[in-house]
Design a protein around this ligand. Structure first.
Ligand code: SR1
Ligand code: MG
Length: 408
């Protein structure tokens, strides 16, 4: 927070961040507000915003302050970004907290005039990307993510909401700049020779083959069209491993600034791809027995996530008050559509994280270029197959069969 402010509401310096945090935590964290001295550090490693931890000198009490500027942080003013995303992040976080309070940080305050959010510090958790890299066993993760997806996606759907309330929410969560990022980075750039792409030279010919794949482009266009035109549920919108923090006994989902009403399968697919991207990386990494076990665990978590999601979705759908949706067979029909969407969006995420703009640490941290290329090639092949075969995959076990075949 030490650089000169370039716009009026930006935090001027450390003291400004501290004063803001102290003012807005209020009586929710008394030890924090009464402390005579507080410290601040900038901890953001994401692409878009500034994130600060404000804490007492002994670190016994702390909060996170997140501020958005009207552009993409890592690019600058040449990539403008609406500040509506900060309100949408705060309101999506609150909705998620109403659905699954144990799975998100507590929202202490949203300040529209400073485009800033004050929230619980979940510093006793670590980022899932690092847990993946260290092959951490997280036995509850699949079920916890299945629950997060079932409760947020069902409770924001037409099966749960009154018709007028639903439409008002769709309008309130309209998030066009964030959606445009996804529309471009998921569905356009990786399928053409776009200047924003970042491609391992060893994978150039694989990428070029993908760009010539006419059948694949038709399927991707259909997925994009559903992303644009299917306000089925309030999505997190960016559910990759970097948006998830874990302890052995606890999971926290953060950063819903891409929240909007879209196809429910998008969040599920993003999450499944997070597991399968890690599986692609570990398939090629050393440590034979350990590696096989870990890949098997990642695959099992994908199956557990879907099973937990589908079970809870069915349970909730059994209580819908909407006469159309209560009819026998409707919940199964909707689940079937959500699964096919999820597999298609998982395929897009696998591909865009391999040859698009934003990559994942699990693949990027493989130092040996040849090993990395093999892992990336697996991710591309799996992504393509999931997109093309999704309509014929009846359940997650069938999708897992594809994963098993392509991961060898
Ligand atoms: C310019 S933003 C690039 C990516 O980072 C975000 O976390 C989203 O995943 C976005 O696609
Ligand atoms: Mg993010």
């Amino acid at each position: 927070a030490s650089q000169a402010p370039s716009i009026e509401y930006q935090f001027r310096d450390d003291a400004d961040v501290i004063a803001f945090a102290r003012q807005h935590v209020g009586d929710q964290l008394p030890a924090f507000t009464s402390a005579s001295e507080l410290q601040v550090e900038e901890i953001g490693d994401g692409n878009i915003n500034y994130v600060y931890r404000v804490c007492t000198p002994d670190r016994s009490a702390s909060v996170i302050v997140k501020q958005g500027l009207p552009w993409v942080r890592i690019i600058g003013e040449s990539w403008p970004l609406s500040l509506v995303r900060v309100r949408i992040e705060a309101e999506t976080l609150q909705f998620e907290a109403d659905c699954a309070p144990e799975l998100v940080p507590v929202l202490y305050h949203f300040d529209e005039s400073r485009s800033a959010i004050v929230m619980e510090d979940i510093g006793d958790h670590r980022n899932l990307r690092h847990a993946f890299l260290e092959r951490t066993v997280l036995p509850e993760l699949g079920a916890q993510m299945g629950h997060f997806l079932a409760t947020t996606l069902y409770r924001s759907s037409d099966l749960a909401l009154d018709a007028h309330d639903k439409k008002a929410r769709v309008a309130r969560f309209t998030n066009p700049d964030q959606c445009k990022i996804t529309e471009d980075l998921f569905f356009v750039d990786p399928f053409c020779d776009h200047e924003r792409n970042s491609i391992n030279p060893a994978l150039r010919s694989d990428a070029e083959a993908l760009w010539q794949d006419a059948a694949l482009k038709v399927e991707v266009a259909e997925l994009k069209q559903r992303f644009l035109s299917t306000p089925e549920a309030l999505l997190h919108g960016d559910l990759h491993a970097g948006s998830i923090f874990v302890r052995e006994d606890s999971t926290k989902v953060i950063d819903p600034e891409f929240g909007f009403f879209g196809p429910a399968g998008f969040d599920i697919g993003s999450w499944l791809a997070a597991l399968w991207l890690a599986a692609c990386a570990h398939t090629e990494l050393e440590g034979e027995d350990d590696r096989r076990d870990y890949v098997a665990q990642l695959r099992a978590q994908a199956v557990a996530s879907w099973e937990s999601f589908a079970r809870e979705y069915r349970e909730q759908a059994a209580h819908t008050s909407d006469a159309s949706f209560a009819a026998p067979g409707v919940a199964e029909r909707l689940l079937s559509r959500i699964l096919r969407d999820a597999l298609g969006y998982a395929g897009c995420e696998l591909i865009r994280r391999t040859i698009g703009l934003a990559h994942v640490l699990e693949l990027e941290s493989i130092n040996d270029g040849a090993v990395r290329a093999r892992a990336e090639r697996r991710a591309l092949a799996l992504g393509r197959e999931l997109i093309l075969a999704r309509e014929s995959l009846e359940d997650l076990a069938a999708a897992d069969g594809v994963v098993a075949r392509l991961l060898g």
